[in-house]
Every structure is written in C-alpha cells, then in structure tokens.
Design a protein around this ligand. Structure first.
Ligand SMILES: NC(=O)N[C@@H](CC(=O)O)C(=O)O
Ligand SMILES: [Zn+2]
Ligand SMILES: [Zn+2]
Length: 451
C-alpha cells in the first residue's frame, strides 16, 4: 500500500494544523510536508496527486487526505454493539454494522453475544471474528456469553472462548442475576484475565417494566422500571468483584444513583469500569409522551437530573467511557404498540455527534477528553494493545478525522444499518466524521465506506 498523508490536521484539536505521514499502517512522521523536496519531517515521500476531501489512488505516488484543519483522534472503540449476525440478518449484518462503525469513526467494536444462536461457545465467536476480518472495515471482537444460552443458570465455557480470543464476556440483554453464578464468573474472569460486562437489572424488580419508574410513567400509564433495579445489582457486583479481586465492567449506566455507587466503589479501590450510552447522555423520559417506541430502550430513558449526573460522572471519570449499545430492530418488532415493541436504538453513526453536543460544547470535555471516553479507556478496559494509542510516530494508524464545525441532519434511512430505529431522526447535530483509518487503510471517507 502506498504511503498516505493526512494534510492539515489537528491532533486532539490542539495547535496549528500539521501533516501526518502514514506508512505500512504506522504513523511514520508528523510535521510539515515539503512539496519541493518531497519530504515530511525529513522522511522522503514519493510525490502524488491530491483529491480534495477524498483519497487519491495515486499510482506509484502517495495518497492524500485533505484535512482542512479537522481534528485528528485515535480511532473509536465501542465496547457494546449488537450486530445481529447470526440470526437477525434482516436487521443488521456484520457487513452493514461494520460499515456503520467505520462511518461513525470506529476502528474496533465488541459484538454482543445475544445473537441466535447465542455466542456462548467457540464456534459462534470464531464465526463472528472471521466474518469481521473478511469484511475488514473495523476490528470486530466477539463478546462471549457468561451463561449457556444467556439462561443465567450455567456458566458457559469461558476458558474455551477466551482461548479463541474473547476478551469481554456478557449476557447483555439479560442480567447475570444469580449472585453465585456472578461470583463464579468473576472468579473465572480473573484467572483468564478477561472482563465481565454486566447488564445490571434485577429481574424481579422489572417484571413487565416499560419505562423509568417515576412521574412520567405514572402519567402515561406505563409500568415502571425502578432505578434501584439497576443500582442494587451494580452495588452487589462491586462488592463481589472486590471480594474476589476481579475486574467488573458495568454496561449502559442510566441513573444518578448508579454513578454514586460507582464513585463509592472506585473510592474504596474496586476495579470497576462503566460505560454510558449517547442516548442516556441526551434524552429523557419526557420523550415518551408520544408513545413512539423508537424511544423504548433498556435501560429506559431516565430524568433530566439523571442525564445531568451522567454527564458529570463521565467528565469526572466516575463513568469511564461511552459505548453505543447500537441495537438495530426490524420495523415489525419496533413500530408496534409500546408494550410489544423491542427495546433498543441505533447508535454507531451518531455517537460522536451526541458526545460533541452533550459533552464538548458545554465544556465538560475537551477533545483530549473525547479521545479518552471514545477510544483510550474502552481500549484499556478490553485490553486492546493497538487501539486507543497516542497520536505519535511509531504508533498504529488507527485514526479518526472529525470536522468539528460540520452540522448534519440525521436520517435513519440514510444510515448504513439495515434497520433505521434512530431516536435522533430529523435532529441537526454538530461534528462529523470525515475519515476513518484502520491500520493506515481508509475505511470510510466523505460519508462513504471504502470499496
Ligand atoms: N439495549 C436494548 O434496549 N436492547 C438490547 C439489549 C440490551 O442492551 O440490553 C438489544 O439487544 O436489543
Ligand atoms: Zn443491556
Ligand atoms: Zn446491549
């Protein structure tokens, strides 16, 4: 592959624009490209043509991406994606989900295990990983189920799946509610040096639950999903993790009380990490007034006070990172009466813009902070050695280029996913991914994925 120059980009949005030379999938030089001597920071570069806003194929020459002062960040890492393959390829496939990921600025995603068949064995996880490699747009890491069939009763073969490369285990969609099973899972995860990601929902407290338990649910006549059903499980799991000396990851934190529990657990030295979704950073249960099931999600949209606390917790590091919980659903499963609709929302192509809207613009995070919550921390939590790395010479070129000033209007039908269930339909959002690079290869640019 010929070398690539990112021209006029601002790493972490800091300082004057620089040029970045990428060779053999690695950042080879950062400085100013000199046309006359065809060198970048002393490194010779074969001259090549330039196509504005896009990539030149360039023959023997180098390829160029015109940055126009755009912000350069480490490629995003999503710890929580539902790709629906195998089983529901009518809503998303590894190919379409990978395209959505690349367009959203992601260079690695973790594909949840609640597929059909469930990813509770080495055969399924190996299939997902292989299919991800064939598509080649993003590193697809399969998540392994904690229990057989997500049934919550018998531990799955964690060791066999870990040997097949699984780094994150989760029964997401279901809570590992039995404390003894959870304790065993944590013990195994410690021995295998992997992490268990818990969907925290005490099932006895959420039987038939449809919406956040509070004034709005009462007004609308929807059965409540109490905050304590999440908070109690997070507290219990923090205690269990501390007891066995294991690491714990908490999926889609949605309440202020969970942020309090996490702050307490971290203060006492528990190795717990947590994610928040873009939708829980922006939307509240006020949205439910229309009974439009596009707003139905698990955990449910909460109150403005929760949203406020989640933003603060993400800024403070009490919540470590943003994960999309990208959850595609077919029209016949989603566009039906509220109680029959499946919970879940698309997220991969809108995550960056929601983080810009909710965290960057209000001054809660700068671009360094955005890099931390979308790339560095999730890579660390999952133990990915080549993602979330500094933008520096010698580092792998897993990168995302963002136009901070662009605004765009979300149209579900125009997203790369097969399903179109975005709660942000019609919203005008700030910030746009200009290009995504996976080991130096351009996977998305100008709103299109690489051929
Ligand atoms: N978040 C959701 O509302 N739905 C997820 C499951 C889950 O993340 O719990 C799904 O798989 O559709
Ligand atoms: Zn979940
Ligand atoms: Zn999920």
């Amino acid at each position: 592959m010929s070398p690539l120059i990112l021209k006029g980009v601002r790493p972490y949005g800091e300082g004057d624009p620089v040029d970045v030379l990428i060779r053999d999938g690695v950042i080879a030089a950062i400085g100013a490209y000199d046309e006359t001597s065809a060198t970048l920071d002393g490194h010779p570069v074969h001259p090549g043509g330039t196509t504005s806003g896009d990539v030149t194929s360039g023959g023997t020459g180098h390829r160029t991406v015109e940055g126009g002062g755009a912000v350069l960040l480490p490629g995003f890492v999503d710890l929580h994606t539902h790709l629906r393959e195998p089983g529901r390829e009518d809503t998303e496939t590894i190919a379409t989900g990978s395209a959505a990921a690349a367009l959203g600025g992601y260079t690695a995603v973790f594909a949840m295990a609640n597929t059909d068949p469930v990813a509770d064995n080495a055969v399924v996880v190996e299939h997902v990983a292989r299919r991800g490699r064939e598509v080649g747009l993003v590193d697809v890491h399969p998540v392994g189920a904690v229990t057989v069939g997500l049934g919550g009763e018998r531990l799955a073969e964690l060791g066999t799946m870990a040997k097949a490369g699984v780094r994150v285990f989760s029964d997401d969609g279901h809570c590992v509610h039995d404390p003894l099973i959870m304790r065993r899972a944590l013990e195994y995860s410690k021995a295998l040096d992997v992490v268990v990601a818990q969907h925290a929902e005490e099932p006895r407290l959420t039987v038939g639950a449809q919406a956040h338990e509070g004034e709005q649910a009462a007004r609308l006549g929807l059965q409540g999903w109490p905050a304590a059903a999440e908070e109690a499980v997070v507290a219990r799991d923090c205690l269990l993790a501390a007891q066995v000396g294991a690491r714990l990851h908490v999926c889609h934190v949605s309440t202020a009380g969970t942020a309090d529990v996490l702050a307490w657990a971290k203060a006492r030295g528990t190795e717990v990490s947590a994610e928040v979704t873009p939708h829980h950073l922006l939307l509240t249960d006020e949205r439910l007034a229309t009974y439009d099931p596009v707003n139905k999600v698990n955990p449910p949209l909460r109150t403005a006070a929760d949203v406020e606390r989640l933003r603060q917790a993400l800024a403070d590091g009490v919540i470590d990172c943003v994960a999309t919980d990208h959850a595609p659903h077919a029209v016949q499963d989603k566009d039906v009466e509220w109680s029959a609709a499946r919970p879940g929302m698309l997220g991969l192509q809108t995550a960056l813009s929601i983080v810009v809207e909710t965290m960057l613009r209000p001054g809660l995070l700068d671009w360094r902070g955005v890099a931390r919550v979308l790339s560095e921390r999730p890579a660390e939590i999952a133990g990915l050695p080549d993602q979330g790395r500094p933008i520096a010479v010698g580092e792998p070129a897993n990168l995302t280029l963002v136009d901070p000033d662009a605004r765009w209007t979300v149209r579900g039908a125009e997203l790369a996913s097969i399903a179109a269930n975005t709660p942000f339909e019609g919203m005008e959002l700030p910030g746009r991914v200009v290009a995504t690079l996976l080991r130096g290869r351009v996977t998305a640019t100008g709103g299109r994925v690489a051929a």
